[in-house]
Design a protein around this ligand. Structure first.
Ligand code: BGC
Length: 742
């Protein structure tokens, strides 16, 4: 039987490369295999286990055809386990081996929020491709990324894993990640299957507390939360993961509207759906399923093809099928979806790891990519002229994040070796920076440290230097899954450390290395410059020095709003206007007269204590160059839905430093069948401009891109007046208007 199957597999694969016939051969292959499978073997394909049982017991299950996929295997065991599946199970169906390769495998890139700050889809694609190459080399064929949860709440620890607050940016970069992971063909030796997650709305967890409920009406789901997923699926994402949250009372792993109506019927997704870790059995805690059998019934019928870890399918689907509570067709379709991806990965022909002649892990090219990514991901938030530093100056290196090799890698980096991390301190000892004189005095051992007893030594070190660089931020463990915070100020005694350094009178550069946008307004008076890095990965230290010393020019822009106070959350640029938008001038809390009359402050929408504006807006980021925008031009002021608007502007680099600007295109639909956001990002471009020179930036904006789901829940462009901006961030820029006609 197995031999026969093997012949079919190879025949099928021989033609799989040919695009015209590929689909047909694929279907034939899958149907043929399916026809040979018992119900138990089919259900086995729908079962994914973590490697948390003795090897022998795992192997016995694989032999019996009870497992379709494994995650968290020690990569050294992958081939051995795969051999059991391929050579010792009745039908020889290979396993798909999943792992969380979220921002690099061994060579660690900045966390996704940092990658998003690059606004650079090519770089994001190259970075994820690098990760895929390293992983596939070791037999990993599936990653659980990209995470496309729109994140507008910095308390939520998983904001670190997100691509920020904006659906357009997340969609563009999410699609780039899918292309990067999956390469040209999934079967290539440098490709792995992507998994878009978490479907859907997880980032809107109430209060920013992980796993919490969400309440997102369909109209908001369709206009904000779903678009990045749709783009990533259009880019070919092979798999999708359901989320932990219940939205409007329905847990995602039991939501057939999401998994069937939207995903399959509307988007024509033909990959497979995996649940999140026990998100199916957790439907009992939600109060949505009565028992484990109920769990299996609900999720199978809702459209979850593979169950991660909780094993209710293997326990209960045979009985549920016998009782006709889960139709056989549901099982067959789920298995088809899974086999389709295994087939496309080329696993039937080539199930094992693919080491090349020389390993790509930590190769020079990958280190270069990681360094470039860390450079482009850093955002310069403030510079009173102290940066770039001069290489002849003596610097005091202060702070717990100056030499934190583990923490610099950020959340979800299981495979990165901290001994390979180049911290800022280590970078100063490298050949490239060894000429720089520095004095190192950490002051605090780690970010939560509250022991200030070293502060006098810190001050003395700073007094002996020309300038101080204070590395503050967060340990990796303070962000990521289940690591939400209700206070997002600098933790421990880091603010006090900064004050102590500033009290010396020396110029202070604050370098933040963190997993989220922290509330740093209270720290700004103590820093002459601020460079913000979302945990920047293996090469972060060198990248930071490159930027501080002007060997590179900062170009990152914020993918998420920085609030002044945690109480402003959620605050995001793309909000609706309200009936009472705040005035530009609002009375500061301290200036409110005693016994002021109730309406004397103007009844508008702002916080008495923190105003209407965030600290830094979405899209914000400085450079050592200064850019001036001019000559905004639209190809027409009147367009119809079928047209494409060409928008141009000139950008002049007014400085003596070459630099890259991220030009951003925003629109506002002034009147709609539902309120429309005050601004929406519709395009961005990184443009390198030499000192003193100008460049024209051109955006092609298909008017169809202005479509949204209106009151009737149909997606269309509504005729009317629009404003448009091209500028350096979401609050500034040149403005024009145009009309969309019926
Ligand atoms: C996370 C997923 C992850 C999975 C597998 C879950 O706890 O929510 O994002 O991919 O574990 O490790």
């Amino acid at each position: 039987m197995k031999k026969g199957l093997f012949v079919i597999c190879v025949a099928a694969l021989l033609t799989a490369g040919c695009k015209q016939t590929g689909a047909t051969e694929e279907d034939r292959f899958i149907d043929n295999l399916l026809s040979q499978m018992t119900l138990e073997e089919k259900i086995g394909q729908m079962n994914q286990l973590s490697f948390d049982q003795p090897l022998d017991s795992i192997k016995a299950k694989i032999r019996a055809g009870e497992i379709g996929s494994m995650l968290n295997i020690d990569p050294k065991l992958i081939d051995e386990i795969q051999k059991t599946a391929v050579e010792e199970s009745r039908l020889g169906i290979p396993l798909i081996i999943g792992r969380d390769i979220i921002h690099g495998y061994k060579t660690v890139l900045p966390i996704p929020l940092g990658m998003a700050a690059s606004f650079d889809p090519q770089l994001v694609e190259a970075g994820t491709h690098m990760a895929a190459t390293e992983a596939r080399e070791e037999g990993i064929t599936w990653t659980f990324a990209p995470m496309l949860d729109i994140s507008r709440d910095a308390r939520w620890g998983r904001i670190a894993e997100s691509l920020g607050e904006d659906p357009y940016l997340a969609g563009e970069l999410g699609a780039a990640m899918v292309r990067g992971f999956q390469g040209e063909h999934l079967s290539d030796s440098d490709a792995i299957a992507a998994c878009v997650k978490h479907f859907v709305g997880y980032g809107a967890a109430e209060g920013g507390r992980d796993y919490n409920s969400t309440y997102i009406p369909e109209i908001l789901l369709r206009n904000v939360y779903l678009p990045p997923f749709q783009k990533a699926i259009e880019a070919g994402a092979a798999t999708l993961m359901t989320s932990f949250n219940d939205n409007n009372g329905i847990p995602a792993s039991g939501n057939d509207f999401l998994l069937r109506t939207i995903l399959r019927d509307e988007w024509k997704f033909d990959g497979f759906v995996v649940s999140d870790w026990c998100s199916m059995s957790e439907m009992m805690s939600h109060g949505f399923a009565a028992d484990r059998k109920d769990v299996a019934r609900i999720s199978a019928n809702a459209g979850v093809d593979m169950e991660m870890v909780s094993q209710t399918y293997i326990e209960h689907l045979p009985q549920l099928v016998a009782e006709k509570k889960v139709p056989m067709e549901v099982i067959d379709n789920a298995v088809r979806n899974i086999l389709r991806i295994k087939y496309r990965l080329g696993l039937f022909e080539n199930p094992y790891s693919k080491p090349g002649k020389t390993s790509t892990i930590y190769c020079d090219d990958h280190l270069k990519t990681a360094r470039r990514a860390a450079v482009e991901s850093a955002v310069l938030l403030k510079n009173d002229g102290v940066l770039p530093l001069k290489e002849g100056q003596t610097v005091a290196i202060i702070g717990p994040m100056a030499n934190a090799p583990h923490d610099q890698l950020g959340t979800w980096s299981f495979d990165g070796d901290k001994n390979r991390t180049v911290t800022p301190l280590k970078a100063l000892q490298s050949d490239e920076y060894k000429g720089i004189k520095y004095i190192y005095e950490a002051g605090l051992d780690y970010s939560r440290d509250t022991d200030t007893s070293d502060f006098e030594r810190v001050k003395s070190a700073v007094r002996r230097a020309d300038v101080a660089i204070v590395f503050v931020g967060e340990e990796a463990i303070l962000s990521g899954e289940a690591h939400s915070l209700s206070n997002i100020n600098l933790i421990g005694a880091q603010s006090e450390l900064l004050k102590a350094v500033k009290s010396t009178g020396k110029p202070v550069v604050m370098v933040v290395i963190a997993g989220r946008p922290l509330t740093i307004e209270r720290d700004l008076p103590y820093a002459d410059a601020v460079l913000y890095n979302f945990h920047p990965g293996t090469m972060g230290g060198l990248a930071i020095l490159d930027l501080l010393y002007g060997r590179e020019n900062p170009s990152g822009k914020l993918p998420v709003t920085f609030v002044r106070e945690v109480g402003q959350i959620p605050m995001y640029y793309s909000h609706n206007n309200t009936g009472r938008p705040a005035q530009d001038q609002i009375t500061p809390l301290k200036d409110i007269p005693l016994e002021a009359p109730q309406t004397s402050l103007g009844n508008t929408s702002f916080y008495l204590d923190s105003g209407k504006d965030p600290l830094y807006v979405f899209g914000y980021g400085l450079s050592y160059s200064t850019f001036e925008y001019g000559n905004l031009n639209l190809s027409s002021n009147e367009v119809s839905a079928a047209d494409t608007l060409t928008v141009t502007a000139t950008i002049k680099n007014n400085s003596t430093t070459d630099g890259t600007e991220v030009a951003q295109l925003y629109v506002r639909d002034l009147v709609g069948s539902i309120d429309r956001p005050v601004k929406e990002l519709k395009g961005f471009q990184r443009i390198f401009i030499k000192a003193g020179e100008s460049q024209t930036v051109t955006f092609k904006l298909p008017v169809s891109e202005l479509a949204f789901y209106g009151r009737d829940l149909k997606k269309k462009v509504e005729a009317g007046q629009f404003d448009l901006w091209i500028g350096p961030n979401s609050a500034e820029g040149l403005k024009a208007s145009f009309t969309v006609t019926e």
